[in-house]
Write a protein that binds this ligand. Structure first.
Ligand code: G
Ligand code: G
Ligand code: NA
Ligand code: MN
Length: 253
């Protein structure tokens, strides 16, 4: 496949970059984390979304090397941020299945000098459905390193509230489809309230994804979400812009 060859070239020749989107604590209004989002500058086609190339990378196995590049780069860049700011990295179900994932994470941490508690891995429900027991082992190894685990896009796919009881997460990210409807659909608000209640019981953070308006922000805050992410505060930005944003954010304090 042509795209596969181009992905290999990009990996070898610096064609990828990470953009970062702030995560804002709804109690303190502070940026307490940033999610790394992979970007590919294709020489001919311009910026290509991960939604387009991650599936190809997964099918071809290239996701292992690309994922390792993302982990390393995110840890190295985050090591230069204020110490209270975490970095969140998306982990594909294919990467999660690798028995050496925790070794790879440990190596990225060692190389960057980043404190493990400042790294958060975002996984989706797909990894839990595939193999319960293996997933529990991997999650245990990762948490033993000290990294945080977030359940991404919660509420899409084959969600089950049972997952929240059975697996050790530090955070639940409530999918933006619920946030989008929250001000006009009482069903979405009820679902968010239920998730927040379970999360609070177990000391988990709840992040509202895709917050685009003040009204959505106020509503998810009222429902008890502890963190938000979305265009209202900032779009994903390149690393230098993020450092400027973080510097301005800490000056305000
Ligand atoms: O940033 P954007 O909206 O284009 O992201 C589209 C999708 O790609 C999202 O589902 C996001 O989680 C995923 N994605 C972004 N960066 C990464 C990455 O580094 N690794 C993996 N596996 N997925 C990513
Ligand atoms: O699957 P995941 O949640 O990792 O996807 C993250 C993607 O969601 C990011 O790539 C980003 O482009 C997108 N995103 C972030 N904030 C918003 C938002 O406020 N509105 C919309 N529509 N998309 C967002
Ligand atoms: Na994510
Ligand atoms: Mn998400």
């Amino acid at each position: 496949r042509e795209l596969e060859a181009d992905l290999r070239t990009a990996l070898a020749e610096g064609g990828f970059e990470l953009h970062y989107q702030p995560l804002v604590d709804l109690r303190s209004d502070e940026v307490t984390g940033c999610e790394a989002l992979l970007r590919w500058r294709h020489p001919v086609r311009g910026m290509i979304s991960p939604a387009e190339f991650v599936p190809v990378a997964e099918e071809t196995g290239l996701i292992e090397d690309i994922g390792q590049w993302v982990l390393r780069t995110a840890c190295i860049e985050a090591a230069a941020w204020p110490a209270h700011v975490r970095v969140a990295v998306n982990v594909s179900p294919v990467q999660f299945k690798s028995e050496t994932l925790s070794l790879k994470v440990a190596s990225a941490l060692a190389e960057s000098g980043l404190d493990a508690r400042r790294l958060e891995l975002e996984i989706t429900e797909a990894v839990l459905i595939a193999d319960d027991d293996a997933a529990l082992v991997t999650l245990g190894q990762l948490r033993a390193l000290g990294v945080h685990i977030a359940l991404d896009d919660f509420g899409t796919g084959y969600s089950s509230l049972q997952y929240l009881q059975r697996f050790p997460f530090d955070k639940i990210k409530i999918d933006r489809s619920f946030v989008k409807e929250v001000t006009r659909n009482s069903g979405s608000a009820s679902i968010i309230r239920a998730v927040v209640s379970i999360a609070a019981d177990r000391n988990m953070i709840t992040t509202a994804e895709g917050v685009e308006t003040d009204q959505q922000r106020d509503t998810v805050q009222m429902l008890g979400c502890t963190q938000m992410q979305g265009y209202l505060f900032s779009r994903p930005v390149p690393a230098p812009d993020l450092r400027t944003l973080l510097a301005a954010d800490s000056v305000e304090d």
